[in-house]
Design a protein around this ligand. Structure first.
Ligand code: ATP
Ligand code: MG
Length: 555
């Protein structure tokens, strides 16, 4: 049954605007501040902005809102470009708010000239106090009545570097009694003798975000300027600047940001995790950044499908990270090459299998693919590694794996029957013994025996070794940002488990960064960039089943 997807509220607005002939083509933009790596929340904004332009035949710019020189860096610009490209989108133009510094300065001069901006010598504390409260109007000060000429002179001298940081600011002269605090003479420019990653030392005054953002949209003729709900109260100010400056009327529309449980999503907090070394870096696979998801083995398709599914709404909610995992499982199930890897090995000796004999079994790469994804050779011999948990000395009823007298199928190979085991002095099982049934070979099974369980294995003499990294949620609680105290107190101490030596089947000799693998019964894996010629490292992207959903049901 195909379900016609209804339009979201932004699509409705766009369709009305296009039908009314308001615009010939829509123009959107994705406007990150280059002060950190992008996270999955940004992916939602990217998919929305680029998706709309694709759907309605418009274009999308990538604009860096780089007005705060102290926190911004070229490293972040580069990572943002890589992430947007990886998600599969192409921007029409790469733009920088800092390219508009001169234009924005001229806009400010224009507002001064028409009496709508003034230089204020008050301290930040005084300004805050004079702003009043939501229930009390602000009080002005003597600087508000400065003449146009004095303001022009002082603003120019601010630009020329005659004053120290914080000595003066430029403010818009709007309405100190406005119910909207953002309209009570907001700051437009501050003095900051700081090096900017693009304009160097050319400027020592920088526009406030609120004086740069809306005008940048206007300069670029953005028709639909999309942002998150917290910017609703700023809209009145952006519209005021546009009206007074008589420039292109961009319109802002606000949607609910994406919140995900068991993580934090502000760049400020993510930076703390990196700086305090709670994670290895911005792309540590446990982080909610796009770089981390990529490294962990997520595919762009799965992230886009997730963003598509959560849609856009006008009300905030929290999305279960299980939904993101659902989408990556769904995609990886279609594309992953099936391989066998034994993560916690114990040796199984098939005592009736001829010593020195090797059979090259053939197995499909991916039963979900149309032609089975081609085949691979799978060597079978007398000794194979199996998972320790697939053998039990005293198995309970309904344990359909190995235990004294029990039978199981070795995937793609034979049925074996457990005949015994060996323990070391400490009582640990070190070897399991079994006999195989020669007629039971997969594909030509004439044994007539039915077994309930199938387990994976790797031939001992053919096995390669690898390191495997298993990840769990980075936080123990659903909303670490909303708990009492520091969010970092809620970090899950067991979020990373490193298995230094696991056995993997020899077909994984031809491993590549682009491929995705399903290690049978163990989950989806990808090669980590820490791998080298003689050391393979795999990340588990996601397990095959949602173990947390099971936990939740139990509780
Ligand atoms: P953060 O609060 O995480 O530090 P930000 O809002 O400061 O992020 P920007 O670089 O300003 O980050 O964001 C670029 C764009 O991405 C903005 O339009 C912003 O509204 C949007 N965006 C940021 N976080 C989310 C989110 N969680 N969900 C949807 N869109 C988001
Ligand atoms: Mg921001």
């Amino acid at each position: 049954m195909s379900e016609e997807k209804s339009l979201n509220f932004i699509e409705e607005i766009i369709e009305q605007d296009l039908a009314a002939g308001k615009y010939k083509n829509i123009v959107t933009r994705f406007p990150p501040e280059p002060n950190g790596y992008l996270h999955i929340g940004h992916a939602k904004s990217i998919c929305l902005n680029f998706g709309l332009a694709i759907k309605y035949g418009g274009k999308t710019n990538l604009r860096f809102d780089d007005t705060n020189p102290v926190k911004e860096d070229q490293e972040y610009v580069d990572s943002i470009k890589e992430d947007v490209k990886w998600l599969g989108f192409e921007w029409a133009q790469e733009l920088y708010a800092s390219d508009y510094f001169q234009t924005l300065y001229d806009y400010a001069v224009k507002l001064i000239k028409i009496g709508l901006a003034y230089v204020d010598d008050s301290t930040p504390e005084e300004i805050a106090k004079q702003k009043g409260t939501p229930t009390e109007p602000g009080t002005g000060n003597e600087f508000r009545n400065r003449s146009v000429d004095e303001n022009l002179d002082l603003f120019e001298r601010m630009k020329n570097g005659e004053f120290k940081d914080g000595e003066r600011v430029l403010r818009a002269k709007i309405d100190l009694a406005s119910p909207n605090m953002h309209m009570r003479d907001p700051l437009m420019y501050r003095i900051k003798h700081a090096h900017h990653h693009r304009t160097g030392n050319e400027w020592c005054i920088y526009p406030m975000y609120d004086f740069a953002h809306g005008q940048s949209d206007s300069i670029e003729n953005i028709t639909h300027s999309l942002c998150t709900l917290e910017f609703i109260p700023h809209r009145e100010l952006y519209d005021w600047f546009i009206e007074k400056l008589e420039i292109f009327p961009s319109h802002q529309f606000e949607f609910a940001r994406l919140n995900l449980n068991y993580t934090v999503m502000s760049k400020r907090r993510l930076l703390q995790l990196v700086n305090d070394k709670h994670v290895e870096g911005w792309d540590d696979p446990r982080m909610p950044t796009i770089a981390a998801l990529r490294r962990r083995g997520y595919t762009p398709e799965s992230v886009r499908n997730f963003c598509d599914r959560i849609g856009v709404a006008k009300r905030e909610n929290i999305i279960d990270v299980g939904l993101l995992e659902f989408f990556v499982r769904e995609h990886l199930n279609k594309i992953a090459l099936r391989r066998m890897a034994v993560l916690d090995p114990v040796k199984l000796v098939i005592t009736n299998y001829p010593e020195g004999q090797v059979e090259q079994l053939v197995a499909e790469n991916n039963p979900e693919a149309e032609d089975g994804g081609g085949t691979r050779e799978l060597p079978f011999a007398r000794e194979v590694w199996i998972e320790r948990e697939d053998f039990m000395e005293e198995p309970p009823k309904k344990f359909f794996r190995l235990g004294p007298g029990l039978m199981v199928r070795l995937k793609h190979a034979y049925i074996v029957k457990c005949t015994g085991f060996k323990k070391d002095d400490a009582g640990n099982v070190v070897e399991v013994h079994a006999e195989y049934i020669p007629e039971s070979r997969s594909g030509s099974d004439t044994s007539g025996i039915n077994v309930k369980g199938t387990i994976h294995w790797v031939s001992v003499i053919h096995a390669l070794t690898a390191e495997v990294r298993l990840y769990d949620r980075l936080f123990k609680v659903e909303e670490p940002g909303n708990e009492e105290g520091d969010f970092k107190d809620y970090i899950n101490p067991d979020s990373l488990q490193v298995l230094p030596k696991v056995y993997i089947e020899p077909a994984l000799r031809h491993v590549s960064f682009g491929e995705r693998y399903q290690f049978l019964r163990k989950g989806y894996f990808c090669l980590d960039e820490d791998s080298s010629e003689d050391r393979l490292v795999f990340n588990r992207t996601v397990s095959l089943k949602d173990t947390w959903a099971k936990e939740a049901k139990k509780n």
